[in-house]
Design a protein around this ligand. Structure first.
Ligand SMILES: N[C@@H](CCC(=O)N[C@@H](CS)C(=O)NCC(=O)O)C(=O)O
Length: 229
């Protein structure tokens, strides 16, 4: 059994999608990041960066005591190795999958996180930051669109953890102020991804927990500031 420490956000969805795709048995343990549960000592022992997702595998690869993993990219690789799926063992395809996974982890996720922050949550409008991250978000969407124009159906040849890592951040396109119609290859891929049953189940996990707007406590926990009054 795998414990999934989770809240329904793009980084959380990567792992709920992967667990659903693999059919690995798991139970979801909510980490209410708006209420500060990511700072609780028991969670920090699993995820020292006070971010979800994290997993604890009670029957880990290689045996032995329970194994915890934090950072969604590391979790995806761990689960792919465990299930023997979605990360090819063939050198070229494996390398391409890891390249695009790292691109998501180091670029797409963090930059869209900042874009969303300055668009939706910052207590004041900062035109320089808003323009900088909006430009970067569009550039990154363009990079993925070009890639999918070359590879066709999926990012790294066959369906892989690279697709599962990127999809949740493309799913936020409306909130990011981006029209998918401007990126036809990406739009085609997005529709394919959305139609997968496991992807649907993954993004539905804990959807009732989602909050539409953050109160003062959530702002303090997530951004260390107060919302605009
Ligand atoms: N690089 C991390 C990022 C995880 C992350 O930023 N998680 C957010 C929610 S999407 C979180 O837990 N935030 C809590 C906080 O900021 O205190 C990963 O990919 O796992």
């Amino acid at each position: 059994m795998i414990d999934l420490h989770y809240w329904p956000t793009p980084n959380g969805w990567k792992i709920s999608i992967m667990l659903e795709e693999c059919g690995l048995p798991y139970r979801m343990i909510p980490v209410n990041i708006a209420r500060g549960e990511q700072f609780e000592p028991a969670f920090l022992a699993i995820s020292p960066n006070n971010r979800m997702p994290a997993i604890v595998d009670h029957a880990p690869v290689g045996g032995g005591e329970a194994l915890s993993v934090f950072e969604s990219g590391a979790i995806l690789i761990y689960l792919a190795d465990k299930a023997g799926r979605f990360l090819s063992k063939e050198a070229r395809q494996r390398t391409q999958t890891l390249e695009w996974l790292m691109w998501q982890m180091g670029g797409l996720g963090p930059m869209l996180g900042q874009n969303g922050h300055f668009l939706l949550y910052a207590p004041e409008k900062v035109p320089y930051a808003m323009e900088r991250y909006a430009r970067e978000a569009r550039r990154l969407y363009g990079v993925l669109d070009t890639r999918l124009g070359v590879t066709g159906a999926f990012i790294a040849g066959g369906y892989s953890i690279a697709d599962m890592a990127c999809f949740p951040w493309i799913r936020t396109h409306k909130a990011q102020g981006i029209a998918l119609a401007d990126f036809p290859n990406l739009q085609r891929w997005y529709e394919t991804m959305k139609s997968r049953d496991a992807v649907r189940r993954g993004v539905d996990l804990g959807k009732d927990l989602q909050v539409r707007s953050f109160d003062a406590q959530a702002h303090r926990n997530l951004f260390g500031n107060q919302p605009e009054s």
